[in-house]
Design a protein around this ligand. Structure first.
Ligand SMILES: *[C@@H]1O[C@H](CO)[C@@H](O)[C@H](O)[C@H]1NC(C)=O
Ligand SMILES: *[C@@H]1O[C@H](CO)[C@@H](O)[C@H](O)[C@H]1NC(C)=O
Ligand SMILES: *[C@@H]1O[C@H](CO)[C@@H](O)[C@H](O)[C@H]1NC(C)=O
Ligand SMILES: *[C@@H]1O[C@H](CO)[C@@H](O)[C@H](O)[C@H]1NC(C)=O
Ligand SMILES: *[C@@H]1O[C@H](CO)[C@@H](O)[C@H](O)[C@H]1NC(C)=O
Ligand SMILES: *[C@@H]1O[C@H](CO)[C@@H](O)[C@H](O)[C@H]1NC(C)=O
Ligand SMILES: *[C@@H]1O[C@H](CO)[C@@H](O)[C@H](O)[C@H]1NC(C)=O
Ligand SMILES: *[C@@H]1O[C@H](CO)[C@@H](O)[C@H](O)[C@H]1NC(C)=O
Length: 431
């Protein structure tokens, strides 16, 4: 890493910041040859090094109503002593953040020693409070989360916990992107009754289970007044406890008993498809608040890049910390001479597609997952036949003066050609 750091920006001509988009001055792509010499030779691949056009954001952001802080959200999930060890890297991704309020519920008999679990979580940097429940069925414990987290908040001696604005429920394999969540919440008023989340992205799932509720793995957000009402009506709501999922029970409780409908937001990602989700990651989902089912249904990187959950989460964390709200934002360059499309997805991938994609095509999701599940509410296009992708590996350099510069290394382990093995993508952000 340090070798790359020293040489990354040497002798590169940075185009003047004249592009139309305000924030990105330039995206340059060059390759590093990893030849193990102390100062690696750098070959600039002219065909990659140009200014890239920023692709528009699909989502609509309404006016900001209020700015919230992480201390104003109370996260809760239920798990068991076996699952938590399998999903620990997912939990750690978000729950290790300082000042986070978080509650983890275990079944009483399953949790032989709360102390042991406490020190296991603490060892991972996770400070979630542990509580137990007598309810054996996982899905029913999920329904009870609302009441349990409400009373935990209400009985706290900490004033900031007592006045929590939002309650967030997820699975133990829900990845929360906390800064994006805070940004998304800005458009909602926590003093009104809000039930926020999204339905599944898989057509079969919504045909079977419906569209009235927030699918739990994608995350459920409940505002303070609504959480209070739900806690007060929990007796009524238990009539739904024989439903399939805890998220459905919560949905029935809130929509039928409390008469508040789901507010859908596209930043919540239930992720019910299986296989490669590259196409989805490259479809412009920046601002994402959650991901779900990683490692069980799908993996973000191909096998030769990494399938190790710890390494995968570390890569995603590094990318998200570096690029923040720009993580997964897309930049494109069309090369009319060679009929190729270059697509950069920040912190995730750099793809070269051997044909020219139209703007409309670029706004559709490339169907890379297993046949033949259908996406909800999104237009798709067939899997590309001739596409080469380099995946995010490292941040090679970062300097902060008046501009922000990032050198990000994307690699493709399948390519034998060493020259093209490590295109290093330099991104210059200006404010
Ligand atoms: C955002 O604006 C759209 C269009 O005016 C509206 O339908 C939607 O409910 C708004 N969302 C929020 C969170 O206010
Ligand atoms: C109360 O919670 C806040 C975070 O919301 C934390 O910074 C503070 O230290 C807590 N106070 C006490 C007394 O634990
Ligand atoms: C909140 O706690 C107070 C005691 O601190 C109690 O009187 C009140 O009933 C509780 N409210 C709810 C809705 O649980
Ligand atoms: C939020 O909702 C409360 C309760 O309805 C209202 O008093 C307040 O003015 C709202 N705030 C904004 C910024 O709309
Ligand atoms: C909630 O959704 C139901 C079913 O779609 C609809 O009939 C009802 O009018 C909605 N209620 C509100 C307050 O929007
Ligand atoms: C989630 O909600 C948004 C906003 O209503 C919608 O446009 C989007 O398509 C939804 N996502 C899915 C998978 O349904
Ligand atoms: C690019 O595509 C155009 C139109 O299909 C074709 O005429 C041209 O020969 C192609 N150029 C190359 C270099 O393949
Ligand atoms: C992919 O495109 C490149 C460049 O146009 C070409 O050389 C190669 O043969 C193509 N591969 C396949 C499998 O079509």
């Amino acid at each position: 890493m340090s070798e790359r750091k020293a040489s990354l920006f040497d002798g590169i001509n940075i185009p003047s910041s004249k592009s139309k988009t305000k924030r990105i001055a330039a995206v340059l792509v060059q390759t590093l040859v990893d030849d193990k010499s102390p100062t690696p030779k750098r070959l600039t691949l002219n065909e990659f090094s140009h200014e890239y056009e920023e692709l528009p954001i699909k989502r609509t952001l309404n006016a900001s109503i209020h700015k919230y802080f992480i201390e104003q959200i109370y996260f809760a999930f239920t798990t068991n002593t076996i699952r938590i060890r399998q999903t620990i890297h997912t939990v750690k991704f978000w729950a290790a953040r300082p000042n986070i309020h978080c509650l983890a519920i275990f079944e009483r008999k399953d949790l032989a020693s709360a102390n042991l679990m406490n020190s296991y979580l603490a060892g991972q940097g996770i400070s979630c409070e542990i509580q137990t429940s007598n309810i054996i069925r996982f899905e029913e414990r999920y329904l009870e989360l609302i009441e349990q987290v409400w009373s935990s908040s209400n009985s706290s001696s900490n004033a900031s916990v007592k006045t929590i604005q939002w309650f967030a429920f997820g699975d133990d394999d829900t990845v929360w992107f906390l800064d994006n969540l805070l940004e998304t919440l800005q458009q909602y008023n926590s003093s009104t009754s809000i039930y926020l989340g999204n339905i599944s992205d898989k057509l079969e799932a919504i045909r079977r289970h419906g569209t009235y509720y927030a699918y739990g793995g994608g995350g459920i957000i409940v505002s303070r007044p609504l959480a209070l009402k739900a806690a007060q009506h929990m007796k009524d709501c238990r009539r739904f406890r024989h439903f399939f999922g805890g998220d459905e029970m919560i949905g029935k409780c809130i929509t039928e008993i409390l008469k508040i409908n789901l507010t859908r937001n596209q930043n919540f990602h239930q992720m019910d498809h299986e296989g490669d989700m590259d196409g989805y990651f490259e479809s412009g989902i920046q601002g994402l608040v959650s991901l779900h089912h990683m490692f069980s249904y799908w993996e973000p990187f191909p096998e030769e890049h990494t399938t190790n959950p710890r390494e995968t989460m570390n890569l995603l964390k590094l990318a998200y910390q570096t690029f923040n709200h720009n993580f997964l934002k897309r930049y494109v360059r069309i090369d009319q001479q060679t009929n190729r499309t270059f697509l950069l997805t920040m912190g995730y991938s750099f793809s070269v597609i051997n044909r020219i994609l139209t703007h409309d095509e670029l706004m559709k999701v490339e169907n890379t997952w297993w046949c033949c599940s259908q996406f909800v509410d999104q237009e798709t296009r067939p899997k590309e036949k001739n596409k080469t992708t380099w995946y995010f590996r490292a941040i090679a350099s970062q300097t902060t003066t008046t501009t922000k510069r990032y050198g990000a290394v994307y690699e493709n382990k399948r390519l034998k050609d060493r020259v093209a093995q490590f295109p290093t993508i330099e991104i210059i952000l200006t404010n």
